[in-house]
Design a protein around this ligand. Structure first.
Ligand SMILES: [Fe+2]
Ligand SMILES: [Fe+2]
Length: 282
């Protein structure tokens, strides 16, 4: 028996606030009307974020000739869409404690970025119109794990080791141990952050997209496919077989044949390989 969202918050205590810049970046990035200048202004307020974005823009994969020293140049070099992804990924690093903690946290951070890139590439291939939203959904789908790591370092750390070494099913173990799972925690957190309902639904149902409300089901399905592919790529903790069912559901929701999925996955893998510099910085 799972618990209600309110009971969940009571159990977890205060949830971390979303850093102001990250919140604005997420909001502007998901807004199709937003323009380059809106985003540039927000990032300029955070010097650490500016230098992270410039560092990534200067990494080898973008093949530019001259060194990128300003945000305006970075936008020109990367293109607005990639630039937005770089910014989102950079501002989300703090959320995933990238590079500051142990191996488990690093794996969670790497999984988030690979899933984000995969989500975006799946969205493009499947002509899902809200590409940045897919990226953000992929990035945040397991944010509940980061919360659990912080709130229950020993119990959740031990649980992750079981999932990793004994191939246990993470969600069931979480429900048994805490009475809720990381998808429910993630939904509560995105709700607390006032992020879009579609993103809340994608996070809540990335392990069972058929359960998402109709308007949000495709986004949840794209994130489910991305999650599966990230585990196939060995980015993160867990085994792809644990999320096989979610991936099957996603294929049906998106009306993709198994043969077509093989081709789509090829292009998604190629896209991820190109974007790999985003993770190298993690
Ligand atoms: Fe998950
Ligand atoms: Fe995941």
């Amino acid at each position: 028996m799972s618990i209600t969202a309110q009971e969940l918050i009571l159990n977890l205590g205060d949830l971390p606030p979303l850093p102001q810049v990250a919140s604005q970046v997420l909001r502007v990035s998901a807004d199709p009307e937003a323009n380059v200048e809106d985003l540039r202004k927000i990032i300029s307020m955070d010097q650490a974020l500016v230098s992270q974005v410039l560092k990534i823009s200067n990494s080898d994969m973008f093949g530019r000739v001259r060194k990128v020293t300003t945000l305006t140049q970075a936008i020109k070099t990367l293109g607005f869409s990639t630039f937005k992804s770089v910014v989102i990924a950079s501002s989300a690093k703090n959320l995933h404690h990238c590079g500051t903690m142990g191996l488990q946290e690093r794996l969670i951070g790497e999984h988030a970025l690979v899933s984000a890139m995969a989500s975006r590439a799946f969205a493009k291939s499947l002509r899902f119109p809200r590409i940045e939203e897919a990226f953000i959904g992929g990035l945040l789908h397991d944010i509940g794990k980061s919360v659990l790591v912080v709130k229950f370092p020993e119990r959740y750390g031990a649980l992750l080791r079981i999932v990793d070494h004994e191939n246990g099913v993470g969600l069931d173990l979480e429900l048994e141990t805490f009475g809720f799972d990381h998808a429910m925690v993630g939904e509560a957190l995105l709700n607390r952050w006032n992020l879009a309902l579609s993103l809340q639904a994608a996070v809540r149902w990335h392990h069972g997209p058929v359960h998402a409300h109709e308007p949000h089901r495709k986004l949840a399905a794209i994130v489910a496919l991305a999650n599966h592919l990230a585990l196939e790529e060995k980015a993160g903790i867990g085994n792809p077989s644990q999320v096989e069912e979610a991936s099957l559901q996603a294929r049906e929701i998106l009306k993709v044949s198994p043969e077509a999925l093989v081709d789509i996955k090829e292009s998604v893998r190629a896209a991820i390989a190109q974007d790999r510099a985003l993770i190298a910085e993690c």
